[in-house]
Design a protein around this ligand. Structure first.
Ligand code: AMP
Length: 486
């Protein structure tokens, strides 16, 4: 593993340092099943800490660095970690949080710093290596809180069996081979950067160019030294903005994958034209790891998330869990060794979302074509019901995105006195391609689709709001434009 400041860690270092961290944590009383909450900036030390927890059979609980005091307080109270590891500037705040409360947090540590008694510093004096506690496939390995745009955030309990089965499958399916080098630019607090990326690298014994965050210039500069890159859609749109992204820059690359949010077909096509690479889109979520993937060899179809992974069953169902007719849109449900054990201390929520036959209700609406390729139509909660008709936002977004002068769009439903909900579009104009207007969008769409699907209003924004994984934050748009119906 190599960082931009020139630090290099070998697999020997990884073994020694993760062992030293495990020894230190064990000395603080961390044992199998204990949670270790971690809110730190991305660094190689964070990878060692993740592995230290795996060695101990402890439960790794990564937290988004964007979370603030209130949110942290909720996670600590809910997960009851024994140890919390935070950035140095957060240590006093978290110590303050737990002081005097009924907390089972015993220690608040920092990870890496200079001369501050952090885990990394102490590990220098600790004996390297540590025995690996045996874990069964059913034992908890990690607790990942869902982004929770509605209601309280839920802790998804992931087992060693979940992580192991998914990593082994992706490693095989995506053809990992000797000599592969991963260019890693994703955050480490989310399933994508942590499990999909890191576990494949570790299984393969691969090298990794490790960036602290995504930066298009850094990625383009390092691409010639890499063979595999994993991104969210915004990474790809930003890379395309860089004139240095060329076929030559990608000469050693064999695989670009994309997920966590829908990859626009236009981005897929622009990337193919520029680099000669067809981005491999796949689909997964916190609770399940990866579920489907476009094939390594064979047709990668833009706008689809590919085929179910071997061993993972996908069914498109109606509200009762009965399969719908092939080709129809319904709720995507999955079953397999990748599906989580349930929500932490929320048995009723788990029972609501897992059917008695073991299928997990993903909350995503999807359909399957005759070749078995899955297309995600949108989140179920984003479905718009206007005048009693179902409107799938994705269908309207695709039509708007195809119009001249449009960069991208998001379609939401907002309360309306006659229709219940009114289809509303929020559009980012394409720079330098004329000023598309509300009237132009509505007129063009009336030609293409039934009137009930055509937006009643079109708003223009500089940027669509996205979270760090590139997902458009539709709840924010609903708040912003919720009163705008005329
Ligand atoms: P998270 O639990 O944060 O990983 O979010 C999972 C959700 O992201 C899924 O339920 C989907 O709604 C969405 N998602 C992930 N990958 C894709 C994809 N390739 N296309 C469309 N949506 C995706």
């Amino acid at each position: 593993m190599e960082t931009p400041d020139g630090a290099v860690y070998t697999y020997g270092d990884l073994e020694g340092l993760s062992g030293a961290y495990a020894r230190l944590l064990s000395g603080l009383g961390v044992a199998a099943g204990d949670r270790v909450a971690v809110q730190v900036e991305k660094s190689p030390q964070a990878v060692f800490l993740y592995l230290a927890c795996m060695r101990l059979g402890a439960v790794y609980l990564p937290l988004n660095t964007a979370y603030r005091r209130e949110e942290i307080s909720y996670f600590l109270a809910d997960a009851e970690p024994r140890v919390v590891v935070v950035a140095p500037e957060r240590q006093a705040e978290v110590n303050g949080l737990i002081a005097g409360g009924r907390w089972c947090v015993r220690h608040v540590l920092t990870l890496a710093g200079n001369g501050d008694g952090s885990l990394a510093e102490q590990s220098g004096a600790a004996e390297p290596g540590y025995p690996i506690a045996p874990s069964t496939a059913d034992d908890l390995a990690a607790l990942l809180y869902t982004s929770g745009t509605t209601g309280r955030s839920k802790g998804a309990m992931l087992t060693h069996g979940n992580l192991g089965s998914n990593a082994l499958m992706l490693h095989r399916l995506w053809g990992w081979r000797p000599g592969d080098v991963m260019l890693h630019a994703l955050p480490l607090f989310h399933t994508h950067g942590l499990f999909v990326a890191i576990n494949c690298v570790l299984l393969n014994g691969s090298g990794m160019l490790f960036l602290p965050r995504f930066d298009a210039a850094d990625v383009v500069r390092l691409l010639p030294r890499a063979t595999v890159f994993m991104g969210v859609p915004t990474f790809y749109t930003r890379l395309l903005d860089s004139p240095e992204l060329t076929e030559e820059a990608c000469r050693n690359m064999r695989l670009f994958t994309c997920g966590s949010a829908p990859l626009p077909e236009r981005t897929f096509e622009d990337f193919r034209q520029r680099t000669g690479h067809r981005i491999l889109e796949r689909y997964g979520m916190t609770e399940t790891g990866m579920n489907t993937s476009n094939p390594l060899d064979g047709e990668r179809i833009a706008g689809t998330v590919g085929l179910p992974l071997p061993g993972v069953e996908v069914r498109i169902a109606d509200g009762e869990g009965h399969p719908v007719t092939q080709g129809e849109t319904g709720m995507l449900e999955v079953r397999g060794p990748n599906v989580f054990k349930g929500y932490w201390r929320m048995p009723e929520k788990t029972a609501d979302e897992v059917r008695p036959d073991g299928f997990f209700i993903t909350g995503d609406l999807a359909r399957v074509d005759e070749k078995g390729y899955v297309s995600i139509v949108g989140r179920g909660k984003d479905l718009i019901i206007s005048g009693g008709f179902n409107v799938y936002p994705k269908e309207v977004e695709l039509a708007i995105d195809g119009l001249d002068g449009v960069e991208e769009s998001a379609v939401i439903g907002i309360p309306h006195k006659d229709f219940g909900e009114a289809v509303t579009a929020v559009v980012k104009r394409a720079s330098g391609r004329g000023g598309v207007t509300e009237k132009a969008v509505i007129t063009a769409l009336k030609e293409k689709m039934a009137a009930y699907k055509v937006p009643k209003a079109v708003h223009f924004v500089e940027e669509l709001p996205r979270n760090s994984m590139g997902k458009v934050q539709k709840n924010q748009l609903r708040e912003q434009f919720g009163d705008s119906q005329r």
